[in-house]
Ligand binder design. Structure first.
Ligand SMILES: Cc1cc2nc3c(=O)[nH]c(=O)nc-3n(C[C@H](O)[C@H](O)[C@H](O)COP(=O)(O)OP(=O)(O)OC[C@H]3O[C@@H](n4cnc5c(N)ncnc54)[C@H](O)[C@@H]3O)c2cc1C
Length: 331
């Protein structure tokens, strides 16, 4: 959906309560709000973004989550074109290092990838349109037409309640909705440790793809100085260091990195984050699942499949279906 079209339509009197302001929740919220729904979206974090959140550094901003965005098909292609037109994302350029040599983007399987040119969380915020975002709001349970918060507060009277948190986290919220909980049983997520590191020397490139069992990828950051990199571990590394302290995991990753790149000076570690639910290794299928009778639906990459494109589309498709079903909802 183009940013220009995210203006609220005539009010419908319908209300949606959405849990999770990652790209799936935000695309759903903005699309519903544009169709005249009254939308409230709640996130436990300090801002929107989820796995597209921004890390503020001394010299600017960086991202420890998704480094790249790509679009395989419509409608996300036109969303991406719209972001490019606004200057919010740009095609990835520069050189890639893989194994021990500089390779083409095609050889590294990174062609047609884009990077946020603005803080990634801002991309997600822009999708929200007229939806009202409540941050620092942790939801503990979903019930028919209502949400229960960590502080005991209950908000009810929604025409639709939508959950867009990683499926593995949604399970604990669904005791009152066993049909939905069962659908998520098979979805498992794999973790990734991400680090913000600074080093001198090493290959003069913009992206490094490691052929290694510990590290997966390093992406030079566009803000915060020329030597700042986001380094992503492999899933195997993160599973081994799942309960490790940040210091232990960072030191292990830094020593692996120095060995792989033959760096002469120690690596500086500026930040680290463990994404316990980084990527689902399976999906429920379709774009959303719903319990129509109780007016609750689930979206996100655990339902639609991994990646920004699938998560975005799950939110948009559910919102479009709800808008189309308006007559039915009003019965
Ligand atoms: C390190 C890493 C690298 C990646 N690389 C790529 C890549 O190159 N390309 C790509 O396409 N994809 C990549 N991905 C995957 C991509 O980021 C995700 O598929 C996508 O962002 C998922 O979006 P989402 O909205 O479904 O979930 P999320 O972004 O996880 O959003 C869920 C939101 O729910 C909130 N939340 C959770 N629990 C609660 C609660 N109880 N109450 C209130 N709020 C709650 C969270 O704070 C979060 O904001 C990567 C992911 C990671 C972690």
């Amino acid at each position: 959906m183009a940013a220009d079209t995210l203006k609220a339509g005539p009010a419908t009197g319908l209300r949606a309560g959405i849990v999770g302001a990652g790209i799936a929740g935000a695309s759903c919220a903005g699309t519903l709000a544009a169709a005249g729904w009254d939308v409230e979206i709640f996130d436990e974090a300090r801002g929107a973004g989820g796995r597209l959140s921004t890390l503020h550094t001394q010299g600017g901003w960086a991202t420890l989550g998704t480094p790249f965005i790509s679009a395989k098909r419509e409608p996300f292609r036109s969303q991406l074109r719209d972001w490019v037109r606004h200057g919010w994302v740009a095609p990835v350029r520069g050189k890639v290092w893989q194994g021990r040599a500089t390779v083409s983007w095609a050889q590294a399987q990174l062609q047609n990838q884009f990077r946020p040119a603005v803080e990634p969380s801002q991309l997600v915020e822009k999708l929200l349109g007229d939806a009202r975002l409540h941050t620092g709001s942790r939801v503990t349970a979903l019930r028919p037409r209502s949400l229960v918060f960590e502080n005991g507060e209950v908000r009810d009277g929604y025409d639709c309640v939508i959950c867009s948190v990683p499926a593995a986290q949604a399970i604990s919220m669904l005791d009152a909705l066993p049909l939905l909980r069962e659908r998520l049983d098979a979805v498992r997520y794999r973790p990734i440790w991400s680090f913000l590191m600074r080093w001198e020397g090493g290959p003069a490139v913009d992206v490094i793809k490691f052929d290694d069992h510990l590290l997966n990828l390093a992406a030079r950051q566009t803000s915060g100085g020329p030597d700042l990199w986001a380094v992503h571990s492999s899933h195997e590394f993160a599973e081994t260091y799942l309960e490790a302290s940040e210091m232990e995991a960072s030191n292990r990753a830094a020593s692996a990195l120095m060995g792989l790149l033959g760096l002469p000076w120690p690596v500086e570690i500026e930040a680290s984050h463990l994404w316990r639910h980084a990527r689902p290794n399976t999906k429920v299928g379709g774009f959303w699942v719903s319990d129509r009778e109780n007016r609750v639906a689930l979206i996100g990459d655990g339902i639609a499949g991994v990646g920004v494109e699938r998560a975005w589309e799950s939110g948009v498709r559910l919102a479009q279906a709800l808008v189309q079903a308006r007559e039915e909802l009003l019965l």
